[in-house]
Design a protein around this ligand. Structure first.
Ligand code: MRU
Length: 350
């Protein structure tokens, strides 16, 4: 399979090059991950972020693990080393289920082939699987876009939270993919982007990539969303997801829940755009979704500037859970589903 190169990531066959999202939009820097440890650090430190992008990155990390151990003659040892690789990659971030989904997919290819193929052949199959995950992600996002854009009217203004765009996926995006597809279909769509404190994915990344694509974008701080809705400026909210439970509860970037409550209050549809790989039917409901807590300095500092008294207590959950009753519809690559979610989610997997 051909190597892949997008704005977010490039697989060279020997390494994974990632755009360093920590510096955007001020600087366009790249990091080259030459081994699986580099990949693990890049996910943990948010060089790369966004559920589908994390999944694809981890898959390439797994391949780098295999390549590192390719000269081992003992298959048992090869398997053991890859088990360790998987464990290290899976400990990077807990909430986005795409990470575990991608690693399980890689492990399945490994286990199905290790007994009757050489280590070299298995490594090649693993590389093909990671590339497949990456290429599929783009196709899936385009299908999500197509299904979702039917929900938007010409002239609509959409509010989005965090970054569920090309940068959060291999390319095209989920929530922003829906907006892209509507624009590609000739609809005039405007976007309001929440800045998304504390990490500012909206202000730094969503605004950057939408402006690059020529989509009319207005930035607001998170606490303005309610007032903007009250003024009648928003026709729909579209966000991505890090994990959707079997009952349709949605974990996404902190602040999503508040936006969903506000949308309900103002009678605005609240859509979640996500691939099937983000739906975790092993997780019964939102209470079971692990919510990552990140370093308090993300709240204390804006870049290198401390904004608050040094000793202040900080609570920094990176995600929240929006209960399914606030979700108007979930836009997947298969179809758009609505309540009752549990029944309709299970049907997606039949
Ligand atoms: O902490 P992040 O930046 O990885 O969080 C990203 C989000 O919450 C996105 O909305 C989600 O992963 C969907 S990306 C298509």
């Amino acid at each position: 399979m051909e190597n892949i190169k997008t704005m977010t990531m490039e697989w060279t066959g020997k390494s994974l090059i990632l755009i360093d999202q920590r510096y955007l939009p001020l600087e366009e820097k790249y990091i080259e991950c030459k081994n699986f440890q580099d990949v693990a650090v890049s996910i943990k430190d948010m060089v790369v972020r966004g559920a589908p992008a994390i999944g694809a990155t981890a898959a390439f990390g797994f391949v780098l693990g295999a390549k590192e151990f390719i000269n081992i003659l003992d298959k048992k040892l090869f398997l053991k080393n890859l088990e360790k690789t998987k464990e290290i990659l899976s400990k990077t971030r807990p909430t986005a289920v795409n990470l575990f989904w991608a690693l399980n997919r890689m492990e399945k290819v490994l286990k199905e082939n290790i007994n009757n193929k050489t280590i070299n052949e298995v490594t090649k199959l693993l590389e093909d699987e990671a590339l497949k995950i990456a290429y599929e992600d783009i196709e899936i996002n385009k299908k999500i876009g197509k299904n979702g854009e039917a929900l938007l009217n010409d002239g609509d203004t959409v509010l989005t939270h965090c970054n569920a765009g090309a940068l959060a996926t291999v390319d095209y995006g989920t929530a922003l993919g829906v907006i892209r597809a509507a624009v590609e279909n000739g609809k005039n769509i405007k976007v309001y982007a929440d800045e998304t404190r504390p990490y500012l994915q909206g202000a730094r990344l969503t605004v950057w990539e939408l402006m690059k694509s020529g989509i009319k974008t207005t930035l607001i701080s998170d606490n303005m969303a309610g007032w903007v809705m009250k003024q009648g400026k928003i026709n729909a909210v579209i966000v991505g997801a890090d994990r959707i439970a079997k009952n349709g509860d949605v974990a996404n970037k902190i602040g999503t829940y508040s936006v969903a409550v506000l949308a309900k209050r103002h009678g605005i549809p609240f859509y979640v755009a996500a691939p099937l790989s983000t739906i975790d039917i092993e997780t019964k409901n939102g209470d079971e979704i692990p919510i990552e807590e990140r370093n308090s300095n993300e709240v204390r500092y804006c870049h290198k500037t401390r904004l608050v008294p040094e000793e202040v207590n900080v609570y920094n959950p990176a995600f929240d859970v929006t209960p399914n009753d606030l979700v108007t519809a979930i836009i997947t690559e298969k179809k758009v589903i609505r309540s009752p979610y549990e029944k309709n989610i299970l049907e997606l997997f039949k």
